[in-house]
Design a protein around this ligand. Structure first.
Ligand code: GLC
Length: 558
């Protein structure tokens, strides 16, 4: 059903101007876990609408919503069964329109998630492909292939699923005999589209138009580095030869050249619309320079800066990735972006102080060697955000980080839902620990996530102290820190600024000036003497005018 929405509310006073995405602070709403208006234990769009004023008082410019489309929810909605509707668990299209109107009315832009690498196996196209059989146009929308071996009993190549296990699954044909195989780089219920098929291109251009017509301000594009596969579907090469990636998989599906044509096509679709609509790439690529290829001027507008997210709490490493980012993105005409947390990684209030290294995609849980060092994690996270929000460009926040939420590390095995957990037989915990529903009210069922007490993942008891209402009036809280940072970032125009590195500090100190604001971050263990100046904000109390370890400060030149 299509409702023409011509009722776009005027954007309020605080809406950033032209090319808003260049400097915007964009807050990721993970709808399942944000706020649950109907009390079924899973968040919904009405819950988002009900809390928009809290996002206004936080001071963000835009929200990005993770998928809320009809889905069997095998990968928390990243398995889409219908791209142009709302899953009843999250509400209706009318709820979406109300949310969009209410957000715009408050000056908040709305970005939605687009999942074009794969659909759900429940999508009508995939069901039609199964029914139609080998060689049919229906199968040609996905990557069906005959198997290898005498009877086609071996998969077409050695590709594996990102979530663990094989990347191919064999289907029975109409007569019940084992038949072709289909590719799924993620869960078995997430078949990959064949992006060499023009029908797939047309389909997604229409999906873009459907949401653009409703008034969305942009799209976060899921797995934006994976849509195009090497046409020959060659084996992944695993090599120790450094020139082949040094023990890394050389995967013939990440970052293939034809993927860029897709974004050129989409860029043209967005240009049919007024109002600065934007595309943001979720492209997990190892370097800033590679990521910058996704934001050349005729492609996407932003790409998540995952090289920044994955940088350790180390002054030299951070200086390097910041310099690289401020060189590489502007070199192609794009803003740098910054991000520390999202729904796929260990929350940075935990990640930045662990007792052992842990792989990005593994998650942590009761049996992992890596354990959090709680006080230190919170402290570093506050300092890290204080640095991030001083940097020019656009910054992404993940719901709950403004409360200082840690990873929920001690979820029991029986409540876990991430496909990674199942596909690795519990070897990897996966991402549930960063997806636990938000605590709004310390003294309420489900900490105010809803009023029934239901919660699709259990909230740790200790989260009462992180509840938003417990922080509202506490100037020492993380919520206050975020509000203060965001208000001053806006006041001093830091997002549109540029930085100058300051010398004269120890090597484990980062010191930069962005316009009127001097930022000093102490990653060492000794207190650092601060220059003269007026204090704007500090991530921890200062000790007699000095900057303690794992603390960051903004000063106005004295
Ligand atoms: C992206 C999403 C992640 C999802 C995957 C498959 O990485 O952020 O949550 O599982 O794509 O869609």
């Amino acid at each position: 059903m299509t409702i023409a929405v011509s009722t776009l509310a005027p954007i309020g006073e605080n809406r950033p101007g032209a090319e808003w995405w260049r400097s915007a602070v964009i807050y990721q709403v993970y709808p399942r876990s944000f706020a649950d208006a109907n009390g079924d234990g899973m968040g919904d769009l009405a819950g988002v609408t009900a809390h928009l004023d809290d996002l206004v008082s936080l001071g963000v410019d835009a929200i990005w919503l993770s998928p809320f489309y009809p889905s069997p929810q095998n990968d928390a909605g990243y398995d889409v069964a219908d791209y142009c509707d709302v899953d009843p668990r999250f509400g209706t299209l009318a709820d979406f329109d109300r949310m969009l109107y209410a957000a715009h009315d408050r000056g908040i832009r709305v970005v939605v998630d687009l999942v074009p690498n794969h659909s759900s196996s429940e999508h009508e196209w995939f069901q039609a492909a199964l029914a139609a059989g080998p060689g049919s146009p229906e199968r040609a929308r996905y990557l069906f292939r005959d198997g290898k071996g005498e009877h086609g009993e071996l998969p077409p190549n050695n590709w594996v699923s990102v979530f663990g296990g094989p990347g191919w699954t064999r289907v029975p044909e109409a007569d019940g005999t084992p038949g072709q195989w289909y590719l799924h780089l993620f869960d078995v219920t997430q078949p990959d589209f064949d992006w060499t098929n023009p029908e797939v291109h047309e389909f997604f251009k229409n999906v873009l138009r459907f949401w653009l017509d409703r008034g969305v301000d942009g799209f976060r594009v899921d797995v934006a580095h994976g849509l195009a596969k090497d046409g020959e579907l060659p084996d992944t090469i695993i090599s120790d030869d450094p020139s082949m990636g040094g023990g890394e998989h050389v995967a013939p599906y990440w970052g293939q050249e034809p993927v860029h044509d897709i974004y050129r096509e989409w860029n043209a679709v967005l240009r049919e619309y007024d109002g600065d609509r934007a595309l943001c790439a979720e492209a997990w690529l190892p370097t800033v320079d590679e990521t910058a290829l996704w934001v050349r001027s005729d492609e996407m507008h932003q790409a998540f800066n995952f090289p920044y997210l994955t940088t350790k709490w180390d002054a030299d490493d951070l200086r390097e990735v910041i310099s690289e980012s401020l060189r590489a993105y502007p070199a192609v005409g794009a803003p740098a972006t910054w991000v520390l947390s999202n729904h796929d990684v260990i929350r940075h209030a935990t990640r930045l102080a662990l007792t052992a290294d842990t792989p990005r995609d593994g998650g942590i849980g009761p049996r992992t060697e890596a354990r959090p060092i709680p006080g230190l994690g919170q402290r570093r996270a506050r300092a890290a955000t204080t640095l991030m929000l001083a940097l020019p460009g656009s910054a992404y926040l993940y719901q709950g980080e403004e409360l200082g939420l840690p990873e929920a590390v001690d979820l029991t095995d029986d409540v876990r839902q991430d496909p990674t957990w199942f596909r690795t037989n519990g070897e990897k915990y996966g991402r549930d620990g960063c997806r636990v529903p938000l605590p709004w009210t310390a003294d309420a069922p489900a900490f105010g996530f809803n009023d029934t007490g239901a919660s699709w993942l259990p909230q740790p008891d200790e989260w009462a102290r992180f509840a938003r209402d417990a922080q509202e009036d506490d100037p020492a809280s993380t919520l206050w820190l975020y509000r203060t940072l965001l208000a001053n970032r806006r006041q001093y125009g830091l997002g549109a600024g540029s930085i100058e590195w300051l010398s004269g500090y120890p090597s484990d100190v980062i010191a930069v000036r962005n316009g009127d604001v001097t930022v000093v971050v102490n990653l060492g263990s000794e207190p650092v003497v601060l220059p003269a100046g007026t204090l704007v904000v500090a991530s921890e109390p200062l000790a007699g005018g000095a900057l303690p370890a794992d603390t960051a400060v903004w000063l106005l030149a004295g």
